[in-house]
Design a protein around this ligand. Structure first.
Ligand code: FES
Length: 189
């Protein structure tokens, strides 16, 4: 778990000023809902991220949560970076997540990922043979698509597996993935 959180160095006043009133209200409501019970922090982060239009947790948001809960900023940052479900960068309108686990890899997930990035105009330098493909998270300039990778969906029998907007697709090939993306691009989903 990451230990340092320099960007979250406590500056509550700054965080309060940068967040809009309705953003502060949403955070306050999430904190009130979850209280101080064990596991509350994860619930707070989850609710706040879900309420964000770009589905991410900004540094200002993390600072505000630290101030409002009295929890150390480093602990909040660690939770936000440790769990894969949290995003620290704005996400695209549609999220396509390609599994890069062994079963999916042996059934062609690298080719799927490369073709997907090519079709969306995303840089492919981050998934060359020497890179950590499991860590990929790229968003198109127009913020319509985010392409991510995951280590395993736990559905290896269905490999290769791709998740599109939380909908799992099994035995995916380039043609079916291209069709899915085209449908989203044309705004039919
Ligand atoms: S390796 Fe892809 S679902 Fe397990």
């Amino acid at each position: 778990m990451p230990s340092a959180a320099p960007e979250v160095a406590h500056n509550a006043l700054e965080a309060h000023e940068r967040l809009l009133p309705h953003e502060r209200l949403l955070i306050d409501q999430a904190i009130a809902k979850h209280g101080t019970r064990p596991g509350a922090l994860l619930g707070i982060l989850e609710d706040v991220q879900a309420a964000n239009v770009h589905k991410f947790l900004s540094m200002e948001t993390l600072r505000y949560i630290a101030d409002a809960t009295g929890l150390p900023p480093a602990r909040i940052y660690s939770a936000a970076t440790f769990f894969a479900l949290f995003n620290l960068e704005p996400q695209g309108e549609h999220v396509v997540c390609v599994c890069r686990g062994t079963a999916c890899h042996t059934r062609g997930s690298r080719d799927l990922l490369e073709k997907l990035c090519l079709d969306l105009g995303l840089s492919d330098r981050e998934h060359d043979e020497n890179s950590e493909a499991d860590k990929l998270a790229l968003t198109t300039a127009d913020r319509r698509f985010t392409v991510r990778t995951v280590a395993c969906f736990g559905q290896c029998a269905l490999a290769p597996v791709v998740e599109v907007d939380h909908h799992i697709l099994s035995h995916v090939n380039e043609r079916t993935l291209q069709r899915e993306v085209k449908t989203l691009t044309q705004g039919r989903k």
